[in-house]
Design a protein around this ligand. Structure first.
Ligand code: NIG
Ligand code: FE
Length: 408
């Protein structure tokens, strides 16, 4: 359904249970929620519904649990082509890093992305976005990083913005120019970082296409020094940063990100305690990505016990991308975070709501049902919210409200 034609969510939502913020102790059984002018005006127990709201239209939720809309806080949703052949090569024994060093991997998606026009990128990404929206996602981060030239990065970010407008979903764009070295800069990584910092970022920020800045700090990506230069450029434009850190090795990227007050450091399989402590101190969210861990058949677990001990907020995301995590299910990632990382149900519920919103710098707008916020929520045909993490390959979402409009 076209976003602009969708019916209004205004009125009283009843015959429902509410989970306002992922904390099971805050659950409201037999609840009601009032939406006025597309915003949450009241929520609580149905028996406490103020008389002044009783005359409003009613939306019968059919006994559903209602949560805040889910937040997918780390995706590379817009790109050309796919990499099924590379998957086959890896199954035949080739390593992810070896493929990247031989000119495959990210750079092969760069070729396909440069060749595609905006309409084609939109059409391909829309299919993936629709799958995420059907699972109750109402806010999503979308990174560039498969263009690696000003024109091609701009194309990706413009399409990300267009998706947000077409679907009425909140899109946070992240400029990931420092994702990989484009072939035309082979052997000249520092020159490419100059281009990222002094040409690409200034132009794209000026065009209001960038909400945050990210980099891939890794042996097959960029060094900590190069990453620091990207972060300094972001600061000059007043933009927050995030980092792909400690995915394949430990370069101290998370601590570097924390020094730059990063919103999040993501992946983190090889994170050590010094990095965890730096993140805790800076309030940087740990975004864990079980899809990439699974698809690369990684065996090096992220340090859950250390993250918990130091009180680092943990988010979970799809990392949707064609190379390491071609999934369109955030619910499946919740299940994998439980089974593979041994996270608890309340942890993964917070991981796709409150903590994911914080990883976007949007904790005041997303991830929680609260009076005054835009009506972004999901209805679940489940007996308890634990079922969101329990089923895999099954979607119990019974309806979604995005930006005050109803989608079923
Ligand atoms: O988040 N690690 C770097 N970036 C992506 C993978 C990109 C690709 O292989 O296309 C990730 O896993
Ligand atoms: Fe990623």
């Amino acid at each position: 359904m076209n976003f602009h034609d969708a019916p209004s969510a205004d009125g009283v939502w009843h015959h429902c249970h509410l989970l306002p913020d992922a904390d099971p102790d805050h659950a409201i059984r037999d609840g009601a929620m009032v939406v006025e002018h597309g915003r949450i005006a009241w929520l609580g127990a149905l028996t406490d519904l103020p008389d002044s709201y009783r005359h409003l239209d009613r939306h019968n939720a059919g006994g559903a649990w209602i949560t805040a809309g889910l937040v997918d806080c780390h995706t590379h949703l817009v790109y050309g082509g796919q990499r099924a052949d590379e998957f086959a090569m890896r199954l035949a024994g080739a390593g992810y890093e070896a493929i990247a060093r031989a000119g495959g991997g990210i750079v092969s998606t760069v070729r396909a992305t440069r060749e595609a026009d905006e309409a084609m990128l939109f059409a391909q990404a829309a299919v993936r976005l629709e799958a995420l929206l059907a699972e109750g996602v109402t806010a999503i981060e979308i990174k560039s990083g498969y263009g690696l030239s000003l024109e091609a990065e701009r194309k990706q970010l413009r399409v990300a913005r267009q998706l947000g407008e077409a679907y009425g979903v909140t899109v946070h764009t992240t400029f990931l120019g420092a994702h990989a070295l484009p072939p035309e800069y082979a052997g000249r990584a520092d020159d490419y970082i100059d281009l990222v910092c002094h040409t690409m970022l200034p132009a794209l920020a000026e065009e209001k296409l960038v909400d945050a800045v990210d980099a891939f700090c890794e042996g097959i990506g960029f060094s900590p020094d190069q990453t620091a230069r990207v972060f300094e450029a972001a600061a000059r434009h007043g933009l927050p940063v995030k980092l792909h850190a400690e995915q394949l090795s430990n370069l101290g990227g998370a601590a570097l990100a924390a020094r730059h007050k990063a919103l999040s450091a993501d992946h983190l399989e090889h994170l050590d305690e010094a990095g965890v402590m730096a993140m805790a101190e800076a309030g940087t969210v740990a975004v864990l990505l079980p899809g990439a861990y699974y698809f690369l058949r990684d065996t090096h677990l992220p340090p859950l016990a250390l993250l918990r001990r130091h009180g680092v907020p943990i988010a979970i995301s799809t990392d949707h991308n064609p190379g390491t995590s071609p999934t369109t299910s955030l619910l499946l990632m919740m299940n994998m975070a439980c089974t593979l990382f041994r996270m608890t149900v309340p942890e993964v519920l917070a991981g796709v709501t409150t903590h994911a919103a914080r990883a976007l710098g949007a904790a005041d707008r997303h991830g929680r049902l609260a009076v005054g916020r835009v009506a972004d929520f999901a209805l679940w045909r489940v007996a308890s919210p634990a079922e969101l993490a329990y089923w895999f390959g099954r979607n119990p979402c019974a309806g979604v409200v995005r930006q005050g409009k109803v989608f079923r």
